[in-house]
Design a protein around this ligand. Structure first.
Ligand code: GRF
Length: 194
């Protein structure tokens, strides 16, 4: 029975570029019996990404992709994803934009986490722009990836109050904690309904 649950878990790949705090929490959750996903492959475009240490520590295969020629990189990536029967892709601080050809192949199967209340503050430096505009609230959004940057269907949003002394840095840290808590829960629920 146990084995059956294990084999039914959706085969997931997590793409990162840096810190990997979301990857770490996804790995942790994936080990729980109740998780509906398991992480089969970690992908990074950055060989120095701190997040790679979590893949190593947990003996999860990882791929370091040279993104100089995007077409070539994606070809290699697609080959490996197919070989490993990856069903779901989770972007967690992945700083490269996937081509529409790639996205088409995983329609409805790529999730991203973005540190703002989308549709506000798409793209880079979301926290700084939020603070600069004197917003009262910020948060994060988990959404499906489509051709347009940070514009796919929203699956989950968490709204948090901004305090008077908040800097972009303080806000980022506070929001990140909530990202880490919710990303695995949202992913697990999402894939259970696929
Ligand atoms: C997170 O803030 C996420 O919202 C954004 O990139 C950051 C990744 O953080 N897309 P980490 O590498 O998971 O710590």
């Amino acid at each position: 029975m146990k084995k059956l649950i294990g084999t039914n878990k959706k085969k997931t790949s997590v793409f990162i570029s840096g810190n990997g705090s979301n990857l770490r929490s996804l790995i942790r959750y994936s080990k729980l019996k109740k998780s509906t996903f398991k992480i089969i492959l970690v992908v990074s475009n950055n060989k120095n990404a701190k997040g790679l240490s979590y893949a190593k520590k947990n003996k999860i295969p990882y791929l370091i992709l040279n993104y100089k020629i995007k077409k070539k990189a994606e070809k290699k990536l697609l080959y490996l994803l197919k070989q490993k029967n990856i069903e779901i892709i989770c972007l967690a601080g992945f700083m490269k934009i996937l081509s529409s050809n790639f996205i088409k192949k995983f329609k409805g199967k790529i999730l991203n986490i973005h540190p703002s209340l989308l549709p506000k503050y798409k793209g880079l430096n979301a926290h700084q722009r939020t603070i600069d505009n004197k917003e009262k609230y910020s948060g994060f959004t988990i959404h499906l990836v489509n051709k347009k940057l940070d514009s796919g269907k929203i699956i989950f949003q968490k709204k948090l109050k901004i305090f008077i002394n908040d800097t972009a840095n303080i806000l980022e840290k506070r929001i990140r904690k909530f990202e880490n808590k919710h990303y695995p829960l949202v992913l697990s629920k999402y894939v259970a309904n696929l």
